[in-house]
Design a protein around this ligand. Structure first.
Ligand SMILES: [Zn+2]
Length: 233
């Protein structure tokens, strides 16, 4: 199988579904990661342009740990437009990757950019099947199922599916630590040790499903999106 994970900011995928992506990689599946913004507002001191470069380098280092195909859209933070343009670009990525399923943000996350990206991905994944749109790339055969990773901190998120990440939590944290500038920012701005937050949430989800550590997911339920088999590991 092939999974495409789409996050708003450079570290969102590691936080939300890193353990699951590592598991899928270990099981021999192919991973593609797509990040919408360059993360250029996530620091107190480093200037925006310099920070954008640092965060791209960090995100690429993390994706390299998974040997994942990596896409960076390069919008500034808080600047992903609610328009046709990002939908067209996401449609192209989906057609290029031809994923069996997609993981992205829930529609009700703590920040509009997360929620918006979740919506844009959902729309693009339908358009990817329409042959007359963006004709230079092969349409996907079927409307791709979309799974939602947890909202930030798990707030208000009730998982429908759990993935056991007991064996991959350390790799998830190792990928997350590649985002050094962001780990610093979250400590300064949010007063949160993000590695500790991620570990605590994974333990909480693990307790809910009877394993050491887990990640939680919901399915975006809609016409043509269902499948008769489980796609997550
Ligand atoms: Zn984010």
């Amino acid at each position: 199988m092939k999974v495409l994970a789409v996050g708003a900011h450079p570290d969102d995928l590691e936080i939300g579904c890193g353990g699951t992506l590592v598991r899928m990689k270990q099981q021999g599946h192919e991973i593609a990661m797509c990040v919408m913004t360059n993360g250029d507002l996530g620091h107190k001191v480093i200037p925006r342009e310099e920070l954008a470069q640092i965060r791209e380098t960090e995100a690429r280092a993390s994706a390299a740990q998974l040997e994942a195909e990596f896409f960076m859209m390069g919008y500034s933070d808080f600047s992903v437009p609610d328009s046709e343009e990002p939908i067209a670009r996401l449609t192209e990525v989906i057609r290029q990757v031809q994923p069996d399923f997609i993981i992205t943000h829930p529609q009700d996350d703590y920040m509009r950019e997360h929620s918006r990206v979740g919506e844009l991905v959902f729309e693009a994944s339908f358009r990817a099947t329409v042959p007359h749109l963006y004709q230079h790339l092969t349409p996907t055969e079927e409307v791709v199922p979309v799974y939602q990773m947890e909202s930030f901190g798990g707030v208000g998120f009730v998982p429908e599916h759990y993935v056991d990440i007991s064996a991959t939590l350390q790799r998830k944290l190792s990928m997350l630590r590649e985002h050094r500038s962001q780990v610093e920012w979250l400590l300064e701005h949010d007063k949160v040790d993000v590695c500790e937050m991620v570990t605590s949430l994974a333990r909480c989800r693990g307790i809910q499903c009877g394993v050491q550590y887990a990640e939680g997911f919901r399915e975006r339920r809609a016409y043509l999106r269902g499948r008769p088999a489980r796609l997550l590991p």
